[in-house]
Design a protein around this ligand. Structure first.
Ligand code: S3P
Length: 165
C-alpha cells in the first residue's frame, strides 16, 4: 500500500492519528519531527533556538525525502508545506490534510509549551494558518475536517476515504 502522509497545522492531531492508523494497518509510523530530533540528537525547540528556523527547514526537507513511500504512516510537522519543494514532492503521494479551524487549534493548544512557533509572541499564528491553507490544499490528496471530532472518528473517516478511493 502507498504510505499515508498526514499534514496540517500544529494541533490538528497528526501524531495521534498517525499512531492509530499505524495500529489499524499494522504499519510502522514515522514522524518527521522525531526523525529530526533523532538525527540531530536535539529537541526541536533547541534546534530553533540554536540553529534557527531556516536550518530546521533544511533538516525537515532532508528527512521528508527519506521517508518510505510505501507501507508506512507518516506524520509531518505543521510547516512542512512552507517549502515549495516539499509540496511538489508530496504531490504524487497519498496525503491527508487534517483541516482544523483557528478556534479549535487555539483550544487544543491552550496549554502547549513546547512548540517554538506557537510560543513565539512576535508571530501572528492565525495569519500563519491562513497563509498556509492554500499550500496544505495543494499538497493534499484528501481533506478531512477535524473540528469537534474524536481521534477514533477521524481514523474511521480516513480509512473509509482510502478504502473507497
Ligand atoms: C512547526 C510545527 C511543529 C514542528 C516545528 C514547526 C510549524 O510540528 O515541526 O515546531 O512550523 O508549524 P507539529 O505540527 O507536529 O506541532
Amino acid at each position: 500500500m502507498q504510505s499515508i502522509y498526514l499534514i496540517g497545522f500544529m494541533g490538528s492531531g497528526k501524531t495521534t492519528v498517525a499512531d492509530q492508523l499505524g495500529k489499524y494497518y499494522q504499519l510502522p509510523v514515522q514522524d518527521t519531527d522525531q526523525m529530526i530530533e533523532a538525527m540531530q540528537n536535539k529537541k526541536i525547540k533547541q534546534i530553533f533556538a540554536e540553529e534557527g528556523e531556516h536550518q530546521f527547514r533544511q533538516y525537515e526537507h532532508d528527512v521528508l525525502t527519506t521517508t518510505e513511500s510505501n507501507n508506512c504512516i507518516i506524520a509531518t510537522g505543521g510547516g512542512i508545506i512552507e517549502q515549495d519543494r516539499n509540496v511538489h514532492w508530496l504531490k504524487d503521494k497519498q496525503v491527508i490534510y487534517l483541516q482544523t479551524s483557528w478556534p479549535e487549534i487555539v483550544n487544543r493548544l491552550k496549554d502547549e509549551g513546547d512548540r517554538p512557533i506557537w510560543q513565539d509572541q512576535n508571530r501572528d499564528k492565525e495569519q500563519l494558518l491562513l497563509s498556509r491553507e492554500q499550500k496544505y490544499l495543494e499538497a493534499a490528496t484528501y481533506v478531512i475536517r477535524t473540528d469537534g471530532k474524536s481521534i477514533d472518528l477521524l481514523v474511521k473517516e480516513i480509512i473509509e476515504v482510502i478504502t473507497t478511493s
